[in-house]
Design a protein around this ligand. Structure first.
Ligand SMILES: C[S@@+](CC[C@H](N)C(=O)[O-])C[C@H]1O[C@@H](n2cnc3c(N)ncnc32)[C@H](O)[C@@H]1O
Length: 215
């Protein structure tokens, strides 16, 4: 049986596997991403909307006492997410909806954050358009994502080869998206984006971007 938000089908096996994977790998992934996250998530306001919070990997980057509205449609993530919120002193509100349809009013958020989410959502441009809609003018969207490597590189070939098994294991995740272009064409007034490479054994995941777009 599939469970979750209406437009999101959380697979009982892979949904649980991904919750466990990101819980177990949290420290290792954070070790690779820390300096990029410290840069983009600096000075967040006291209320933050997070798309695809998973098991709370980004709670260490928000001040204790912050309210996080977590748009997280995978119910298998929710228990660890609540535990992480308690550990970091965060006031957590979980919205069991998809990022393609955020149940918040227009211009209601000062800041939206996400990490490793636009690779997985069914419709990344719809998610970014929703982020833009809920941000007040001047509000910020701070993101970190893995993206397609440059054409012609070995990493790009590996991304192509592992496409299907990778998407199966990681519930739809694609390592072949040009998310920088997508964010830049979403109507933000400015986008500061940095492309970089990490050196993990998960080669298709190593080409990344991090930045902030202002509504
Ligand atoms: C690869 S995990 C990343 C989790 C966390 N942000 C992190 O950095 O560890 C992707 C997350 O996006 C969530 N997700 C998948 N589809 C989504 C959608 N349409 N809208 C919002 N979140 C979604 C998944 O449930 C999962 O928690």
């Amino acid at each position: 049986m599939e469970v979750g938000a209406p437009e999101f089908e959380a697979h009982p096996g892979r949904g649980r596997f991904n919750a466990a994977f990101f819980y177990v790998m949290d420290g290792y992934i954070n070790w690779h991403l820390r300096r990029h996250k410290e840069a983009v998530y600096a000075d967040l306001p006291r209320t933050v909307v997070e798309i695809g919070s998973g098991v709370g990997a980004n709670f260490r980057y928000v001040q204790p006492g912050t309210k996080v509205i977590a748009v997280e449609p995978n119910p298998y993530m929710h228990r660890s997410l609540r535990v992480a919120a308690e550990r970091h002193g965060i006031e957590l509100e979980i919205r069991d909806v998809v990022g393609e349809r955020i149940d918040l009013p227009d211009s209601s958020a000062d800041a939206v954050i996400s990490s490793l989410v636009l690779c997985t959502v069914a419709n990344p441009s719809q998610v970014v358009s929703e982020v833009h809609r809920v941000l007040r003018p001047g509000g910020r969207y701070s993101y970190l994502e893995h993206v397609a490597a440059e054409d012609g590189t070995l990493t790009r070939r590996v991304q192509r080869v592992v496409r299907r098994p990778w998407a199966w294991v990681f519930e739809g995740c694609s390592c072949e998206r040009d998310l920088e272009t997508m964010i830049r064409s979403a109507g933000f007034s400015s986008v500061e984006n940095r492309s970089y490479r990490i050196h993990s054994p998960f080669v298709p995941f190593n080409t990344q971007i991090a930045g902030t777009a202002v509504a």
